[in-house]
Design a protein. Structure first.
Length: 83
């Protein structure tokens, strides 16, 4: 009879996580959104000044890391458009 190992670490590694954000960094999320939509369209879809006024990945990351409501908007948008 085969022995079943109940190691919780091994189980967590082999069980797929249904959360699309699992393992995604904010930088990866932002890069994917900018690659897909571009700055102009992203600024139109998500009304955050750092996307509309001289946008860059670096300045947007600084703002999003310091501003929880803006980060939540970006993450919620990502979840709804990249399931």
């Amino acid at each position: 009879m085969a022995r079943i190992d109940c190691n919780p670490i091994l189980a967590a590694m082999t069980t797929p996580n249904p959360d699309p954000m699992h393992g995604m960094t904010l930088e990866a999320i932002l890069n994917k959104l900018v690659d897909h939509y571009g700055w102009v369209e992203l600024g139109r879809l998500i009304h955050i000044r750092c996307f509309n006024h001289e946008p860059s990945i670096k300045s947007s990351l600084v703002f999003l890391r310091r501003t929880q409501w803006a980060r939540k908007q970006v993450e919620d948008f990502y979840r709804s458009h990249f399931p």
